[in-house]
Each structure stands twice: as C-alpha cells, then as structure tokens.
Design a protein around this ligand. Sequence first.
Ligand code: AMP
Length: 149
Amino acid sequence: MSTTQDKKLTDIVISDLMISSEKVAHVQVNNPLEHALLILVKSGYSAVPVLDSSYKLAGTIGKTRILNQVLGLERFEMEQLSQLQVHEAMNSDIPSLSKTDTFMEGMKAVINYPFVCVADEDGYFDGILTRRTILKQLKRDYYTLKSHT
Ligand code: AMP
C-alpha cells in the first residue's frame, strides 16, 4: 500500500490496493467441502475465493454456505463434508473487479461485500480487494485533507 501514499484518491487504481493472489488463501472447485471448511477455520476468514483448475475465478465460499449445505432436517450431516465438493456449495454469482478499475469502483463494490475478487479479462484470478483496505485509504485521505486546511 506504500505506493498509494502520495497519490490522490482519484489516481489510485485497484492494483495499488489489492492483496495479490500469492497471498490469498483459496480453494478449488473440486475440493471436498471438508477441505474448504478446514481452510476457513484455520485461516479465520469467513469466506475465500474459489478457483478452477486453471486458476480462473469461479466464485467464493464461506462457512455459512458450507453449514447450510450439510444442514439436514434435524442435524448437521457432517459426514457429507467429505462427499460434497466446493462447486456444489459455492456462490458463483459474485461481482469482480479488474486491476485497472478506479478507487471509486472498488469502493462501490465493497459496500455489499467484505471483499471482492480481482480478475483479468480472461477470468484469471489476480487477488482481492477488502473493505478494510478501502476504509483505511479513506481514513488516510481524510486526515491528509484535514491537515492541509
Ligand atoms: P479483512 O478486511 O482483512 O477482515 O478481510 C475481510 C475478508 O476478506 C476476510 O474475512 C476474508 O473473507 C477475506 N480475506 C482477507 N484477506 C484474505 C486472504 N489473505 N486470503 C483469503 N481471504 C482473505
């Protein structure tokens, strides 16, 4: 994020703010749900991106969707965690950003999501933009403006 220090908000693009793909925990479409739950619980994240076998963005998956998927009539059918795969529970109806989108486009996208995935024009996963990063940048800009008035 140091690259944004001297930039105006209007000059900032998503690649300045995103967490790049190497640092993002993810699961793959054909992983068992058990593996996805393990990643989510161990990382402490509520949701992570789902990628296909060629590292293209396919969706996101979170703890609530996994638990809903194995929820039976009277109990959680935990034995299903090893039988079902991530693509059966993931959310594939998600927004995505591109690295060249503006700060404002990023801000609009994270209003409804704690994080939004970034992908290139062919769908290859580049990283994520979190609401936390946007808020930190806004706070920095607010105090910088204040100190100049
Ligand atoms: P944060 O703003 O850091 O609390 O992150 C919000 C959400 O973004 C987390 O709950 C995760 O769903 C996702 N997230 C943040 N950082 C990562 C990461 N390095 N790998 C995977 N997901 C992440």
